[in-house]
Design a protein around this ligand. Structure first.
Ligand code: ATP
Length: 526
């Protein structure tokens, strides 16, 4: 019976059909195969749409930063209540390694959520501790608080960790505010294009208004093959604790995931480069007095970096676009991204010369030898730029005028010092004032780095009124006031010598007096 049934089936399947005379089993086989392929196709299509939907819902308004910047370590700490949370929180400020519940180091770059196994005890509040190495000897740490919400589905308890809020904390460095990404995003309208105030080699700068209505400048560091991370570390270390009225103050920072941002006080009147070389019409608003005030303020800021801190800070990129101005034309030196911390009396040899074309000291460019005297050279170029309104290197000028230093030296040698003045100056200065400024500039760009005056001495020379020597025997307090130092810096302040020379070495004000007097006399013949 079954034999006859199967014989009947195979007869039927072997019958030719009307489709090209194919047998029925061939047609059925092809149909089943086609249905299977179609099914596979639809499944792939569905998966692809689901993925792209996920991607677009995750899209943030923050500019993409490469994941090359990674957290160094994330510890998972469990705590039972707010009180405990605060306690551990305080503890971590002073004693980072005292982690009561240490976890093995995770693989860097793994998503934070994935680093957190479901806890055995169901405490409602916990935090992730994130440690980031800053420089050689420092580590900053901050806790990120999260709330666990439990959902019960099909009788099974599932634990979902949600980062509910990020609690800013004073860092291990003991200064500054740890801003959350959300906070900075809100302050800059989601990092809107309209909020962009500048763009440098290391990132975009946004104007932001914080919740308390204070204005800030937020520099979102791009990750340029590790350069952004280096800049972040250097900048945080170098100026984190520095307070000076002529230095742009770093208020805090944000380091969340791969994002690195620096938050500065906002300086509201653009940068010096814009005012010197921008379109200001035939008459510049920068009078001679304003220009001298900018030079003096900048010199005071640099003096503080070179001579008031230990280790000293060499800026490495002194130039007009790094001098920010407020509405009263007070200068503030910014952009310490290239700064180098150097122990006193020492130099640093670098294989990568950094800085800006036209401002870099010859010995630094040719040998990589870096100390504060390279900043002094750049400062001399800056004075020349301010007096003349010319760029340090300008290929739009005749060949003999392309290089500002060479041209200016030639003009002075040809007794045409007045010819170097910016034609946009509303009023010419007195001959004596002009010569003094020129002399300081020329001394700062001395090809022999050892002959350049120290920054504190430059301040002294610029401040001297009728006689540059009438007030040489100033006290340490006077110098401190003169440089506008409002103290409260974290780096150790140096002891000042009685003469007011920060350096305390033989190259002080008194030994230089005669040289300065002679030079000024020489210049008076020009
Ligand atoms: N604190 C601030 N307040 C107001 N404007 C700022 C502030 N910091 C920077 N800016 C503006 O953003 C611009 C870019 O600054 P940034 O320091 O990133 O680059 P830069 O110095 O111009 O270039 P680079 O870093 O490549 O040498 C500045 O020239 C300035 O106009």
């Amino acid at each position: 019976m079954s034999d006859s049934k199967s014989g009947y089936m195979s007869d039927q399947l072997s019958k030719p059909t009307s489709i090209f005379g194919f047998r029925l089993w061939v047609v059925v086989g092809v149909c089943v195969g086609a249905a299977f392929v179609l099914l596979l196709f639809f499944i792939t299509l569905w998966l692809a749409t689901k993925r792209s939907k996920n991607k677009s819902s995750n899209k943030s308004t923050i500019p993409i930063v490469s994941k090359e910047i990674q957290e160094v370590r994330v510890d998972h700490v469990r705590t039972n209540n707010h009180h405990h949370f605060d306690m551990v929180n305080k503890q971590s400020r002073t004693q980072i390694e005292a982690d009561p519940f240490p976890e093995p180091d995770p693989v860097p770059g793994i998503e934070r959520q994935a680093l957190l196994p479901p806890p055995e005890d169901e405490s409602p509040i916990g935090y992730h501790r994130i440690n980031i190495e800053i420089g050689k000897d420092h580590m900053i740490s901050y806790p990120e608080r999260f709330v666990r919400s439990s959902s019960h589905e099909n009788g099974e308890a599932r634990c979902v960790d949600q980062v509910a809020m990020v609690v800013p904390e004073v860092s291990h460095l003991g200064w500054g505010h740890w801003y959350t990404l959300r906070e900075l995003e809100a302050s800059t309208n989601g990092f809107a294009a309209e909020n962009v105030i500048g763009e440098g080699g290391y990132g975009i700068v946004y104007h932001g208004i914080l919740e308390d209505n204070s204005q800030v400048a937020v520099k979102n560091l791009l990750n340029n093959r590790g350069q952004a991370e280096r800049e972040f570390k250097v900048e945080v270390e170098a100026i984190g604790r520095v307070r000076h009225k002529n230095l742009v103050r770093l208020l805090g920072y944000c380091a969340e995931g791969a994002h690195r941002m620096l938050v500065y006080e906002y300086v509201n009147n653009g940068n010096l480069e814009q005012w010197l070389h921008g379109d200001v019409g035939p008459c510049s608003p920068l009078t001679w007095e304003i220009r001298m005030n900018i030079i003096l303020g900048t010199a005071k800021g640099l003096t503080y970096l070179h001579e008031g801190l230990e280790p000293k800070v060499v800026h490495r990129d002194v130039k007009s676009s790094n001098i920010l101005l407020d509405k009263q034309w007070n200068p503030k030196v910014s952009d310490f991204g290239l700064a180098k911390l150097i122990g006193s009396e020492s130099s640093y040899i670098t294989t990568r010369v950094m800085g800006t074309f036209g401002y870099v000291a010859p010995e630094y460019a040719s040998t990589g030898m870096l100390n504060e005297r390279s900043d002094i050279y750049s400062f001399g170029i800056l004075i020349m730029e301010i007096i003349t309104g010319r760029n340090p290197v300008d290929y739009n000028r005749p060949a003999e005028e392309v290089n500002l230093v060479e041209w200016l030296k030639k003009m002075v040698a040809n007794r045409n010092a007045e010819g170097v003045l910016d034609p946009k100056l509303p009023q010419k200065p007195t001959s004596r004032a002009m010569k003094r400024a020129l002399l300081v500039a020329l001394r700062c760009v001395d090809p022999n780095a050892q002959k350049r005056p120290k920054m504190g001495h430059v301040v002294h020379m610029l401040e001297a009124e009728e006689s540059p020597f009438k007030d040489d025997r100033r006290t340490a307090k006077d110098i401190r006031n003169a440089t506008g130092d409002t103290t409260d810096n974290g780096l150790k302040e140096k002891q000042l010598t009685e003469s007011g020379d920060y350096s305390g070495n033989g190259n002080g004000i008194h030994t230089d007096e005669t040289r300065w007097r002679n030079q000024e006399e020489k210049l008076s013949f020009v």
